[in-house]
Ligand binder design. Structure first.
Ligand SMILES: *Cc1c(COP(=O)(O)O)cnc(C)c1O
Length: 410
């Protein structure tokens, strides 16, 4: 987002105009930003041709999926419906990896029938999979290396209490199940959670996976999941992707020599690709002065952007209607009948009722976590692509919300 002649722009488009044209609340995504993040990650590992499997739970609008497909991305999916959305968007089955947790064998079988890569995250399913498919269908194994990573415990998945993956301490058991069923293991995977800070943590995880690889002679890829940290505030520390690319890339090359074969190196970024590209535009409905603070009440709430309330994530807020107004301190809240505070003590250019506010870093886990709580419809979505705006999801209507209700005679 750039400030030009007293107006905020993204991808060459004035954000206030988007709010006026499409109404609020509205999610807006800048395609240029997504594409440049994709290229940046690819280039960081040069000369290794890494495979990027976009974690579409972050943002799964089919326009975004097609945008990334056109760049050459694959897809990381966590439910059978995400697999289907990917196939509908034109991804080939072998470009998609299915990494669910705690789903039943029936959902896994459905994914096998659709031809996508299967990533298994517990021994029970591994046994059932082996019994059904033996060596006729390959699968990947999700390991938990137990490295403590991630910004806060709600989003770190590598620790000892985590439900994700198979503990590396159970590796002997895993190998027994694999051998007994004559299984073909084509990949090893780890995803230690969001917001890993540094390359060192990745390398630590990498060494563990490389060590485990000795037990699996049929591998064709190693998948390091995601966890790249993006900046939410000015001066936030972010993952140094270029450093990671050099360090892990070099180590991966020597690992392949030790292993005796060239393997593919996979990543599954969600946030890294789409977070910064997204802006959530809302309207200030009321300015409410209390004894404690000045509230700005906006036409949205935890029903549309739950991250601040769910795991204390920080979204910078900007008054895009009054860029040079004098700065004052506000508490920005939603209109939902719950405490839905977006941010305390935010310094905003003076806010008037009717002004448009912009939440930054709203591309990832915004719309995909939205709900209809308080019988409010989900927002519209707009894509900025090559300097033009495109409506990519209509605002929901009351009719949409009650579509599946069944009327009975009472
Ligand atoms: C959520 C998820 C990701 C993406 O995580 P980000 O923090 O958004 O990059 C990648 N892989 C798996 C298996 C996931 O569940």
């Amino acid at each position: 987002m750039e400030l030009n002649n007293n107006a905020y722009y993204a991808g060459g488009v004035k954000l206030v105009d988007v709010a006026k044209e499409f109404g609020t609340p509205v999610y807006v995504y800048n395609a240029d930003s997504i594409i440049s993040q994709y290229k940046r990650l690819k280039n960081a590992f040069n000369p290794i041709d890494i495979k990027i499997k976009y974690a579409c739970k972050a943002l799964n609008n089919s326009a975004i999926l097609r945008l990334l497909k056109n760049e050459g991305s694959g897809l990381d999916t966590v439910s059978i419906n995400e697999v289907k959305l990917g196939l509908r968007a034109g991804f080939k089955p072998n470009e998609i990896i299915f990494t669910p947790n705690c789903v039943g064998i029936d959902e896994i079988k459905e994914a096998v029938n659709l031809g996508v890569h299967i990533n298994i995250d517990n021994i029970s399913i591994l046994e059932q999979f082996g019994a059904i498919y033996g060596n006729t269908v390959s699968c990947c194994i999700r390991l938990n290396p137990h490295i403590m990573a991630g910004g806060n415990s709600k989003i770190s998945t590598g620790h000892i209490d985590s439900k994700f993956g198979i503990s590396i301490y159970q590796l002997r058991h895993v190998v027994r199940v694999v051998k007994s069923n004559n299984m073909h293991i084509n990949g090893l995977h780890m995803h230690t959670g969001s917001d890993i800070l540094d390359a060192g943590v990745f390398l630590q995880g990498a060494e563990i996976l490389f060590d485990c690889a000795k037990d699996f002679p049929d591998l064709s890829f190693i998948d390091f999941g995601s966890g790249f940290k993006v900046a939410y505030k000015e001066n936030d520390i972010t993952t140094d992707i270029e450093e990671l690319g050099q360090l892990l890339g070099t180590r991966f090359t020597t690992f392949c020599k030790e292993y005796g074969r060239e393997l593919e190196l996979w990543f599954e970024p969600g946030k890294f690709l789409v977070s910064e590209a997204g802006y959530f535009l809302v309207k200030s409905n009321v300015i409410k002065q209390t004894t404690a603070t000045v509230f700005v009440g906006v036409d949205s709430g935890l029903n549309h952007l739950i991250r601040p309330m769910l795991y204390d994530s920080f979204h910078e807020i900007v008054n895009i209607s009054n860029p040079d107004g004098k700065q004052r301190i506000y508490t920005v809240v939603g209109n939902i009948c719950e405490t839905d505070t977006f941010g305390w003590d935010r310094k905003l250019n003076e806010v008037h009722e009717g002004d448009f506010l912009c939440f930054k870093n709203a591309g990832a886990y915004g719309i995909t976590m939205a709900s209809n709580y308080n019988a409010r419809q989900k927002p519209a979505e707009v894509l900025i692509y090559q300097g033009k705006t495109y409506l990519i999801r209509k605002r929901e209507t009351l009719e949409d919300m009650i579509l599946n209700e069944v009327n009975i005679n009472l």
